[in-house]
Design a protein around this ligand. Structure first.
Ligand code: ADP
Ligand code: MG
Length: 607
């Protein structure tokens, strides 16, 4: 016998397609708030959104006599006929979000429009209106969703843990907050304040607020416009990359989307710059004519379709390439003037390139890391040094994994660093030294990286770890998913010898660090862990560990740091104790040497 489904059943079935987990509800509610012109949106959740969700906005509100209507399926104020579907500017257009949510949870709406005298409160349960009455509230809309799937317990089983559901939500709100820099977003998880963006329209500020200041230091501005397309945003300096696409966020016409087309364009732009398996960070905001995009291909509206995939891919690639080229042009152009051959490789000597390419974000301050390179009389030796270093770099494989470097350990050493006579250093970067036959230049940063790497690795592998107390505790402001997934890394970090505790507002306080690291090294290790965190674990396989350690080598003495003669000697001793003192963990040379003969040739004393 064929039966017509009753309304509640039909609603439940339909709702299942849109609402599979708390994050889907929040997405719909927040999109409605955005459509309502809100400039401030607060999202609160408890138990990963399973028991409690509240979205508060200061948008236009819903007129009192329309609130009930808003809960009806296919009730929408956003399109009136099919032709509107072709150019969609608002985020909602199916007119079924509220109806679907009511079918699977207990919903309360408080809303007030600007010209209404009082607000309205409507309580809906299982598609029945339980209350609809006047209510005192500010202009805007607050929607509270309790007890998700209370009437479909089977569905609850398909939800992940509270922490994992919360992570999805925070991740999504982070992305939405980024794509709407003019809206102030506040995210609260249980009793933890996760982040607040300023709503002042500065993308880079939002990146700092959401993902932490560390990440933002290595970003390069992307900005390109054609008559139909425009792209703005940030990508990472090729020197900074991650092992996944976790920090690639794309936004097309105001929607955060995933797109293999944009991914591919981005990947192509970095082709010669990144190794396989490394991914740049990217925050890209693309606008194109609405009629050239189809957003309606998926019910939760995540994937979109472009009219011309190749064109979008090429546009992304060229915009990112141009951004990268702008930063690389600075060192090579300068050296070319001096008529010295250069390789295309990025020269690490210059102050952070972002200084010069940060086109649209004047309010954010960067401090250049290095002192300026001495000019004037020393120019000749500078040319010489950079020329030699580049020549040497050409000979060395750009980056060798540590596994390969290990093969070289057995080879007899050409000289012993500890036995060199040190003269001093130039440019606060290169230590000068000699022995009977050769003149050496030592890159102090590469040297220290090597020392740090080997020491760290040995200690990490050791069983007994001792902690040292810090005089001044360290504070880490971390991306919110790090907090949510605390269980996956915190115990291991403690086991390494850290004493670390949560301090609220996405901040951890560290009072003790493992004694085998300097406080600076320990800080850098955590910083790298937090930036590279992907809801995953501390690395326990060697490759991952190597990578993390290598990244934390960024904490090593920098070129440009002034070190004393004693410190230089100590560094040479430490290098001698290393298994492989001759290259840094990235495979770059620690020493550049010139034989006496080569020097005499340069002075034309010999042929
Ligand atoms: P859609 O967003 O596709 O139109 P929804 O079911 O999400 O459908 O919402 C139905 C209607 O309710 C919207 O068209 C809008 O008029 C109204 N509405 C929902 N949420 C809000 C809000 N936060 N502020 C103002 N109006 C809202
Ligand atoms: Mg909607």
């Amino acid at each position: 016998m064929i039966k017509i489904l009753d309304k509640r059943t039909a609603d439940k079935i339909a709702a299942g397609e849109v609402i599979d987990r708390p994050v889907s509800i929040i997405k719909e509610l927040v999109e409605n708030s955005i459509d309502a012109g809100a400039t401030s949106i607060t999202v609160e959740i408890s138990n990963g959104g399973k028991s409690y969700i509240r979205v508060t906005d200061n948008g236009c509100g819903i007129p009192a006599d329309e609130v009930e209507l808003a809960f009806k399926r296919h009730a929408t104020s956003k399109i009136s006929d099919v032709s509107d579907l072709d150019s969609i500017y608002t985020l909602g257009f199916r007119g079924e979000a509220l109806a679907s949510i009511c079918a699977v949870a207990r919903v309360e709406v408080m809303t007030k429009t600007e010209d209404a005298k009082a607000g309205r409160r409507v309580i809906v349960e299982g598609s029945n209106i339980l209350e609809n009455a006047g209510f005192g509230c500010p202009v805007g809309t607050t929607i509270t969703v309790r007890d998700l799937f209370y009437n479909i317990p089977a569905r609850l089983k398909f939800l992940a843990s509270d922490a994992a559901e919360a992570r999805r939500i925070i991740d999504m709100i982070s992305k939405i907050a980024l794509s709407y820099p003019d809206i102030r977003f506040k995210m609260i998880n249980g009793n933890k304040h996760v982040f607040t963006t300023t709503g002042k329209g500065i993308i880079l500020n939002n990146i700092v607020n959401i993902y932490g200041a560390d990440l933002s230091k290595d970003l390069i501005a992307v900005d390109k416009k054609t008559d139909r397309f425009s792209i703005k945003g940030f990508v990472s300096n090729p020197a900074y990359s991650l092992t996944s696409r976790i920090r690639q966020i794309f936004c097309v016409n105001g929607r955060v989307i995933s797109s293999s087309i944009i991914e591919r364009g981005l990947e192509k732009a970095y082709k010669e710059r990144l190794f396989q398996g490394r991914f740049p960070v990217a925050f890209l905001f693309i606008s194109l004519p609405p009629e050239e995009v189809d957003v309606n291909v998926h019910p939760t509206k995540k994937e979109i379709r472009f009219d011309d995939n190749a064109e979008v891919e090429d546009f992304v690639e060229s915009a990112v390439r141009e951004a990268l080229a702008r930063t690389e042009a600075i060192p090579s152009a300068k050296i070319r003037e001096e008529n010295i051959p250069v390789s295309k490789k990025q020269e690490p000597q210059v102050a952070k390139p972002i200084e010069k390419t940060r086109v649209s974000e004047p309010k954010f301050e960067y401090k250049p890391e290095r002192k300026s390179i001495p000019q004037g009389e020393q120019v000749d030796i500078k040319k010489l040094l950079s020329y030699i270093r580049k020549e040497e770099e050409k000979k060395v494989e750009p980056v060798k994994p540590e596994a390969e470097i290990k093969q070289e350990i057995k080879i007899a050493r050409p000289f012993e660093p500890a036995s060199l006579n040190i003269i001093g250093s130039v440019f606060n970067t290169y230590i000068l030294a000699y022995d009977e036959n050769c003149f050496y230049m030592v890159d102090q940063h590469a040297a220290h990286e090597r020392v740090f790497y080997e020491k760290f690795k040995a200690q990490y592998e050791a069983i007994d770890k001792v902690a040292q107390q810090l005089l001044i505790p360290l504070n880490f402001n971390v991306p919110s998913d790090v907090v949510t997934m605390e269980d996956s890394w915190l115990p291991k970090v403690i086991q390494m010898g850290y004493s670390i505790e949560y301090f609220g507002n996405n901040t951890y306080m560290v009072r003790e660090v493992p004694s085998f690291m300097t406080p600076y090294e320990a800080e850098s290790f955590l910083r790298t862990l937090f930036t590279e965190f992907k809801g995953g674990k501390l690395p326990d396989n060697q490759k991952l560990l190597d990578r993390i350690i290598m990244n934390s080598c960024k904490a090593a003495i920098k070129g440009g740091d002034n070190i004393s003669l004693d410190e230089m000697n100590a560094l040479m001793m430490q290098l001698s104790a290393c298994e492989n003192p001759f290259s840094c963990p990235h495979g770059r040379p620690v020493f550049v040497k010139m034989t006496q003969y080569e020097i005499e040739k340069m002075f034309k004393r010999v042929q």
